[in-house]
Design a protein around this ligand. Structure first.
Ligand SMILES: *[C@@H]1O[C@H](CO)[C@@H](O)[C@H](O)[C@H]1NC(C)=O
Ligand SMILES: *[C@@H]1O[C@H](CO)[C@@H](O)[C@H](O)[C@H]1NC(C)=O
Ligand SMILES: *[C@@H]1O[C@H](CO)[C@@H](O)[C@H](O)[C@H]1NC(C)=O
Ligand SMILES: *[C@@H]1O[C@H](CO)[C@@H](O)[C@H](O)[C@H]1NC(C)=O
Ligand SMILES: *[C@@H]1O[C@H](CO)[C@@H](O)[C@H](O)[C@H]1NC(C)=O
Ligand SMILES: *[C@@H]1O[C@H](CO)[C@@H](O)[C@H](O)[C@H]1NC(C)=O
Ligand SMILES: *[C@@H]1O[C@H](CO)[C@@H](O)[C@H](O)[C@H]1NC(C)=O
Ligand SMILES: *[C@@H]1O[C@H](CO)[C@@H](O)[C@H](O)[C@H]1NC(C)=O
Ligand SMILES: *[C@@H]1O[C@H](CO)[C@@H](O)[C@H](O)[C@H]1NC(C)=O
Ligand SMILES: *[C@@H]1O[C@H](CO)[C@@H](O)[C@H](O)[C@H]1NC(C)=O
Ligand SMILES: *[C@@H]1O[C@H](CO)[C@@H](O)[C@H](O)[C@H]1NC(C)=O
Ligand SMILES: *[C@@H]1O[C@H](CO)[C@@H](O)[C@H](O)[C@H]1NC(C)=O
Length: 741
């Protein structure tokens, strides 16, 4: 009876439905997909090659933001590498005139069917046709085809290499989709920036905006001497005479070759770097360089009326414009003195003209002063695009869009401030991504105001360029580690990628596929995973299996991560003796959260030295004149109130759980266990502090010893997990004021 009923329903459905079933691919973002009437699926296991259309193999997309667009064949070979690295499908990428059985044919087609939210054609659209023969991927441009390859990879990962017959026609609603990172107040190495591009690209995000100069807020009450020393940075480093002395942090900078490689690597995955130098506000770094440029009333701002100010900033931009491969650069221009609006407008308009004349690039600024309707007023030219961030500055819809300005949505609903803030969260709020519309529906780039829809233009408004969430480092370089910027957006950025593209993913769908897709993102390892057969990643017991004659330390974990001895470390009775200049080099670099790095150590001198170092951190027993155990990461020291006893064995475990890192020690007869936490003290306006913020620090596992540490070490073990019971005495955050004279 029940069965018959179901059969009837099924029959009814079959009769009601036309040739095909309308559906969508669940992905990040989602993809409109129509399953074909002829049921079946194509297995990528049968794939024999990727064929790039001979007629278009060297085509490029000139419509996008980049001036160094890869060719169709460049994108196809990167796709070929990804097929291998994430799916294990190893096929050649060749050229040909047409598709063939068991191939993916990649070509370019009529762009007019791909429309953005405003109904304009977009070069980023693509379509996919899957049948028993294989797959045809047609991009509106090579960039469109590239985004199509991301869809194929995602579906292959989720579908275990099987792709149902059918077709997809897809295009992004908005052209600017990405992320901004404050690399001015905190340095991020080039490789990290490149890995973030790979991360975004998998979710079809195309813009990485780098805020390249800034400082924390300056306390106006400190002495000029301290103002001149306060941490600020200008991250590009050129030998040009025009900028001599501007960059005083050579080891925390991008040289021309670094910036070129960042831009090229990112472009190869469809991501354009938008560079920003922030002025005339947030200009401490320029004023430290040339104090005569400062406003007498605020040393963090430029005095635009001073005759040398605009020429100096023109010279800075002219030095670096030839480095940049984007069509748009960012002048910053936020939070300036409201007593100087006319001068501010003159600054923006003059620099806009200079930038255009010398490089044909367009400019963007942060939404700051609403255009004035007074007849005699000057305004920022309407061809300067506006990056909106806060309604208290200006209303993006009424002040800008309705006056003909194009606007990027960086509303601070999606601001993150690393580690601590009086007003912003420390990671992207997922609830807001999926329910941030005024009616509780999902967020989207045209939603500037999450609670008042009157402030939002229509979805199809052509002046809305896209959306960019932001991670700021308001409290400077020592408040966080490099990798914490990634953890702050690890989920939120992909979630926003769906809304930036115009997808319709729900929060529960996102949760159901995110980790599976995450595990497959090519060309990055931001989780800092180390492959391991078991929970034990590496284990050096320095037993007889250590072959001193081949200088090999055997890894007993089963993973074969054997070490090599350099210098004259000696090994006897299952103990390694470290002395100045000797080291064990492992084949590994770093391990991300969670981990337990344990070892036994017996220092024979109080000489400070390094115990372990890796690509992201080093663990030291003392540094300079202090003997405390500390981690150094990103150039900053995080110091424990603990010193290793000399001439005694201590068992140590460095334990990373979620966003915190601990060190626990067991020492002496009593075997008493003591746990310390690596934290940071955040300085606010040079006179108040927030103590006890957790630090996430990757395990340093590339080198044991290597500099001046002297003593014995053994039982070195790295595990891929952490016992949650270490989270014992988490110190509460404490805020306090420290008066100074
Ligand atoms: C592209 O397609 C549109 C409509 O779909 C059509 O009007 C136009 O002629 C086509 N262009 C080319 C070059 O085929
Ligand atoms: C600077 O000093 C003034 C006057 O004493 C005081 O009102 C103000 O709060 C101080 N600002 C900061 C950031 O400490
Ligand atoms: C800005 O510079 C002009 C020209 O040198 C000078 O007259 C003015 O006092 C300066 N303003 C401030 C606030 O420093
Ligand atoms: C512009 O005109 C208004 C009156 O409409 C006047 O109050 C203001 O001072 C003028 N501003 C300038 C810069 O001339
Ligand atoms: C931008 O607009 C201003 C003012 O209308 C104009 O002077 C300038 O030439 C324009 N620049 C470009 C690149 O169109
Ligand atoms: C660290 O994680 C804890 C919970 O595990 C959370 O309460 C806290 O907000 C996190 N801190 C930061 C800075 O992310
Ligand atoms: C996240 O966003 C939602 C919706 O805007 C809000 O209700 C909630 O308070 C936010 N959570 C945090 C931790 O800020
Ligand atoms: C919503 O925005 C409109 C336009 O800015 C404003 O007039 C109105 O007061 C706002 N409503 C609320 C409840 O804030
Ligand atoms: C750069 O060098 C300075 C001065 O030696 C040092 O304090 C800082 O930690 C270094 N930064 C990095 C990221 O290594
Ligand atoms: C360091 O630890 C000792 C006890 O081992 C304690 O007396 C001292 O107050 C601690 N210092 C700080 C700055 O916490
Ligand atoms: C780390 O361990 C905590 C506590 O056991 C767990 O909740 C969390 O999911 C783990 N994180 C990772 C990245 O494995
Ligand atoms: C971080 O730097 C601030 C100055 O910006 C300083 O006050 C604070 O003590 C430093 N914190 C650590 C842990 O070094």
């Amino acid at each position: 009876m029940q069965l018959n009923f179901l059969v009837l329903i099924a029959l009814g459905l079959v009769l009601l439905l036309p040739e095909s079933t309308v559906a969508r691919w669940l992905g990040i973002p989602t993809v409109p997909f129509v399953e074909s009437a002829s049921k079946g699926s194509f297995s990528l296991r049968k794939l024999e090659n990727v064929i790039v259309d001979t007629r278009h193999y060297d085509a490029v997309d000139n419509e996008g933001e980049t001036l160094i667009p890869p060719t169709l064949s460049d994108f196809a070979s990167t796709f070929g590498n990804d097929l291998q690295s994430i799916l294990g499908v190893n096929v050649p990428v060749i050229t040909g005139d047409q598709g063939a059985p068991n191939s993916i044919f990649v070509t370019i087609g009529n762009a007019s069917r791909y429309l953005d939210a405003a109904g304009r054609t977009t070069s980023e659209g693509y379509s996919i046709e899957i049948n028993s023969d294989g797959i045809a991927l047609t991009g509106a441009s090579p960039l469109g085809a590239w985004w199509g390859t991301r869809s194929l990879l995602q579906q292959a990962v989720l579908g275990n290499l099987e792709l149902a017959y059918g077709s997809a026609v897809d295009a992004p609603g908005w052209g600017i989709r990405g992320f901004m990172l404050d690399v001015g107040r905190h340095y991020y190495p080039p490789d990290f920036v490149i890995e973030m591009c790979s991360y975004m690209s998998f979710f079809k995000q195309n813009i990485f905006h780098l805020h390249l100069s800034d400082s924390s807020n300056l306390n106006p009450n400190i002495s000029m001497e301290r103002k001149l020393e306060f941490y600020s940075a200008f991250r590009l480093n050129s030998p040009a005479a025009a900028v001599a002395g501007l960059n005083i942090r050579p080891n925390e900078s991008y040289y021309e070759t670094d910036f070129e490689s960042i831009q090229q690597s990112c472009a190869s995955r469809g991501v354009t770097i938008i560079p920003e130098f922030d002025a005339p506000g947030h200009s401490l770094v320029f004023n430290q360089w040339k104090p005569e440029l400062a406003l007498s009333t605020d040393f963090s701002m430029l005095n635009i009326s001073y005759p040398e100010t605009i020429p100096t900033m023109e010279a800075v931009w002219k030095t670096f414009l030839p480095w940049f491969h984007s069509k748009t650069i960012h002048l910053g221009a936020d939070e300036y003195s409201s007593a100087e609006v006319a001068e501010y407008n003159r600054y923006v308009n003059t620099l806009t003209d200079v930038v255009y004349e010398s490089s044909a690039k367009k400019t963007r600024i942060w939404g700051t002063f609403a255009p004035s309707r007074l007849l005699n007023a000057t305004n920022v030219a309407a061809n300067v695009s506006i990056q909106h961030w806060e309604f208290f500055e200006a209303n993006p819809y009424f002040d800008f869009i309705k006056n003909g300005y194009s606007v990027v949505n960086s509303d601070d609903a999606f601001y993150v401030v690393n580690k601590w803030s009086g007003s912003y969260p420390q990671s992207i709020n997922l609830t807001r991504v999926f329910h941030g519309a005024p009616d509780g529906g999902p967020y989207a780039p045209y939603i500037f105001d999450t609670s008042n829809s009157t402030n939002n233009p229509s979805k199809g408004n052509p002046y809305v360029l896209g959306q960019i969430p932001v991670v700021w480092n308001d409290f400077g370089p020592n408040s966080s580690s490099v990798i914490e910027a990634y953890w702050a957006v690890r989920q939120g950025l992909p979630a926003l990628a769906d809304t930036q593209w115009g997808g319709d993913l729900t929060q529960s769908e996102f949760t159901s596929i995110f980790e599976t897709l995450h595990a497959a993102i090519p060309a990055q390892n931001l989780d800092r995973i180390v492959k391991s057969k078991t929970n034990t990643i590496l284990s050096y017991d320095f037993s007889e299996s250590t072959l001193w004659w081949t200088k090999t330390v055997r890894d007993t974990s089963g993973n074969g991560y054997d070490g090599t001895i350099s210098g004259n470390c000696s090994v006897s009775n299952s103990v390694l003796q470290l002395s100045s200049g000797c080291a064990i080099n492992t084949p590994l670099l770093s391990k991300g959260r969670n981990y337990t790095l344990s070892f036994s150590v017996n220092p024979t001198s109080s000489k400070p030295g390094t115990l372990f170092s890796g690509s992201a951190s080093s663990l030291k027993a003392g540094n300079g004149s202090i003997s405390n155990v500390m981690f150094i990461t990103g150039g900053n020291a995080f110091v424990l109130n603990y010193t290793l006893p000399i001439n005694a064995w201590t068992d140590i475990s460095v334990v990373a759980i979620n966003n915190a890192t601990y060190l626990s020690v067991t020492q002496g007869e009593s075997s008493k266990l003591e746990t310390f936490e690596f934290t940071t003290t955040i300085g606010v306006l040079s006179n108040s502090f927030v103590w006890g913020n957790p630090m996430s620090i990757e395990a340093p596992i590339s080198v044991i010893g290597g500099d001046s540490f002297e003593g014995f070490i053994t039982k070195v073990k790295l595990e891929d997990s952490a016992d949650p019971s270490y989270v014992t005495s988490v110190a509460p955050l404490v805020t306090g004021i420290l008066e100074f004279t």
